[in-house]
Design a protein around this ligand. Structure first.
Ligand code: IMP
Length: 429
């Protein structure tokens, strides 16, 4: 038995959906612990595509318990419509299989509005958020004015919570040129959120019991290490901690309940939204990676920026994110390229660096120092054993392991779940 935390080691979109699905078959409990419906996972099971955003990937498999932990910010309407969409695809989602933390903070229309208003006001320096209200909802949580799911039952305090929330938001809205929101509007939204109460549970206790009973637990991270609010390319980040440590606080288990962290890592690099990207290729190579890798956002449909593998960044993610093993994805996208580049160090203002500088302006001046290596002419697509890979592809993988300081436990060679080379089962490391 064991608990595995899955995190992204780049800027999200590393192909977590497939790996999480593969692992969720081996887990009894699957937990989301940070982020919200800014995330998007696509699962393909028996040829059927499922697009999940807020629901843990385990929901599509019968007999699993799916948990939305307290570290998530929850848009009740987004959750209810995702549940309906899943039911429409024949997936059973019930209060027996889905459990939502009682203390999860809610995303309301004021959060979505503020996200949009701020991005609009920021003009060229916008973050490029998903517009889902994630940042403003986390701000309200930390500002101690969030309405949490169980507060809907707290009739003694709900009115004062609404007043407090609106005192804050209406002042901001007025400053940004938007109309104030009435308490009536928020009351109606909270009323519409009531069906979510059917799913609430003390999820921290369920997790303790599951671990006590020797069950495998999968903690499913969203986004990636470089979008972490502390360790990422601040301020061009999301508003939660995306590193593995977040799984403990975001679900209510102790750090010793997390046995191993798997860092999902794409064989090249992509980013959606704005911010520094040292190895970005705004040329035909970037174009090719984007086309072959179908690099469009699952949630917003935005075209992802593409570039070479950045070993400096992934090494930093391994260190800050507590990554024990890698799951390397999309190696096949590099098939047939004559030569490949890997960023092995940065040059910033004439200085060689083995980490990302912290200052935003310096981050934007980072010049990648590349190693050029020979590509491979054969195909890696669909390979299920090392023997099926061209020798140069194996060399590439070995070199990545060495540069980032973590071994590969899983290698994914196509979107199909069985096209995976398993080196070590993450639940048994
Ligand atoms: P927010 O999380 O909507 O506030 O967006 C902040 C930044 O994180 C933007 O650059 C988004 O593009 C990025 N982001 C948020 N969620 C994801 C994700 O699931 N994959 C990739 N990027 C994401």
């Amino acid at each position: 038995m064991g608990s595995v935390v899955v995190v992204g080691s780049q800027w999200g979109d590393e192909g977590k959906g497939k790996i999480v699905d593969w692992l969720s078959e081996r887990a009894e409990v699957i937990v989301r612990y940070q982020g919200g419906h800014n995330a998007g996972h696509t699962l393909v099971i028996d040829g059927v595509k499922y697009k999940l955003s807020l629901l843990p990937s385990g929901v599509v498999r019968p007999g699993k318990t799916s948990i939305i932990g307290n570290g998530v910010v929850l848009d009740p309407q987004a959750l209810l419509s995702e549940i309906e969409k899943m039911r429409g695809q024949g997936v059973e989602v019930s209060p027996d299989t889905l459990k939502v933390a009682e203390n999860v903070p809610l995303i309301l229309s004021v959060h979505r509005d503020l996200d949009g208003l701020r991005e609009k006001a920021a003009g060229a320096s916008a973050i490029g958020t998903t517009g889902r209200g994630i940042g403003p909802a986390y701000e309200d949580k930390v500002g101690r004015r969030a309405v949490r799911l169980a507060d809907l039952n707290d009739t003694d305090t709900i009115e004062s919570r609404i007043d407090r929330l609106l005192a804050h938001h209406n002042a901001l809205r007025t400053g940004l040129g938007a109309d104030p929101v009435s308490a009536e509007t928020i009351r109606a939204e909270l009323e519409a959120a009531r069906p979510v109460l059917a799913y609430t549970a003390p999820t921290w206790r369920l997790l303790r019991e599951a671990r006590g009973a020797g069950k495998n637990i999968l903690f499913e991270g969203a986004q990636g290490a470089m979008l972490d609010i502390d360790h990422g390319t601040y301020p061009f980040v999301t508003s939660s901690n995306t590193v593995a440590g977040s799984a403990a606080a975001g679900s209510g288990v102790g750090p010793s309940s997390l046995d191993m962290t798997l860092g999902i890592t794409k064989a090249y690099t992509t980013r959606v939204g704005n911010g520094p990207f040292p190895t970005e290729q705004t040329n035909e190579i970037g174009q090719l990676l984007g086309e072959r890798g179908a690099e469009f956002g699952t949630v917003t449909g935005r075209k992802r920026r593409c570039g070479w593998f950045d070993a400096v960044m992934v090494r930093q993610a391994v260190e800050t994110g507590g990554i024990d093993r890698l799951a390397l994805t999309k190696l096949d996208v590099l098939d047939g390229l004559d030569e490949l580049k890997i960023c092995v160090a940065y040059e910033v203002d004439g200085e060689r660096m083995d980490r990302l500088p912290v200052e935003t302006a310096r981050q934007s001046r980072v010049q990648p120092i590349y190693e050029t290596i020979k590509g491979w002419s054969g195909s890696t697509y669909g390979a299920r054993s090392w023997g099926e890979l061209p020798a140069e592809a194996v060399k590439y993988v070995r070199h990545v392991e060495e540069l980032v300081g973590a071994p590969v436990a899983m290698l994914s060679t196509s979107p199909e779940r069985d096209d995976t080379i398993l080196v070590e089962d993450p639940f048994h490391i």
